[in-house]
Design a protein around this ligand. Structure first.
Ligand SMILES: C[S@@+](CC[C@H](N)C(=O)[O-])C[C@H]1O[C@@H](n2cnc3c(N)ncnc32)[C@H](O)[C@@H]1O
Ligand SMILES: [Zn+2]
Length: 283
């Protein structure tokens, strides 16, 4: 558990004051208290209204299995490299916030390459955050809703990561420190070709790019944009995992999908295609 590494950067979701770490509890000076779970994460969600967009246990397990097999390794490299572009030397990056961190896979990859940095994984899915809590010794895992005020101090982040996850432009602008970078990764319409056609998966709409820019409009300027594309050789189990972790998992009957996947060849050549944009805060 490494909430100790990040607690100084967190704020109380009720009153906005700082938080201190006690015996398995985070507490603000006004006495609002948040228990640290047995697995080492803390929930800073207030109220009972969790959004319906949290990844389910099955989706998180599929994601963990697929990412753990290293199929997106080139993207992990690219995300880690992007963390170093804002402030120059890797040593300058002290705090990386991953908004919609999932299992913490990309954040852990970035921390591996940033020896002096601590990571804050934020996700609204408890299932995901439980795994993120064990993803890296310098990572603190927090259940939080990206649509609401983030439980992070003004200007605390040197880098904010946002990989296939919801964005909150005003809050990202508040939390990102001067000179910091916001690294946004989204799939391109070529992502997971030809599985999308073959299995009838939800395809990425062509309008996605415009919506990303609109959600950050005014507060951020895009400093860099790259497309990262590579081929993966996936067996049927890996195909099942990549389908199960993606947006189609919300919309398809698993048994039907399993039958369709059983008809696929032993090895499937599938494109991974991502757009990575690096944004800087406007002055
Ligand atoms: C497609 S997954 C990506 C996870 C991770 N970044 C990755 O690429 O492995 C989207 C993640 O966003 C989380 N999420 C959805 N709505 C959210 C919200 N309102 N606040 C925080 N996280 C949210 C989901 O629980 C899920 O873990
Ligand atoms: Zn408080």
């Amino acid at each position: 558990m490494s909430l100790a590494d990040i607690v100084e950067h967190l704020i109380c979701p009720v009153c906005g004051d700082g938080l201190g770490l006690g015996d398995r509890v985070l507490r603000c000076p006004r006495g609002h208290a948040f228990d640290v779970a047995r697995q080492g994460y803390v929930s800073l969600l207030t109220g009972s209204q969790a959004p319906g967009t949290a990844d389910s246990a099955a989706m998180v397990a599929a994601r963990d299995s697929f990412l753990g097999a290293g199929h997106f390794a080139p993207l992990v490299e690219a995300v880690a490299a992007a963390c170093r572009t804002g402030t120059g030397a890797a040593a300058d990056v002290r705090v990386v916030v991953d908004a919609g961190a999932g299992t913490g896979h990309y954040l852990a990859g970035a921390l591996d390459r940033l020896p002096g940095a601590a990571g804050i994984a934020l996700d609204v899915s408890k299932n995901a955050i439980r795994r993120a809590a064990r993803a890296h010794p310098r990572l603190g895992a927090v259940v939080a809703d990206v649509w609401r005020p983030l439980p992070v101090r003004d200007g605390a982040a040197d880098v904010i990561l946002n990989v296939f996850a919801p964005r909150n432009g005003p809050e990202f602008a508040r939390v990102l420190g001067p000179g910091g970078s916001l690294v946004v990764v989204t799939p391109t319409p070529r992502h997971l070709r030809p599985l999308v056609e073959r299995l009838g998966l939800l395809s990425v709409d062509e309008d996605k790019e415009r919506r990303v820019a609109a959600s950050l409009d005014g507060r951020f300027a895009e400093a860099e944009r790259n497309v990262h594309e590579f081929e993966m050789a996936l067996d049927r189990a890996a195909v099942e995992a990549v389908v199960g972790m993606g947006p189609s998992a919300w919309h398809t009957d698993p048994e039907n999908m399993r039958q369709e996947i059983a008809k696929l060849p032993e090895t499937n050549y599938v494109t991974a295609s991502f757009r990575m944009s690096i944004f800087r805060r406007n002055p």
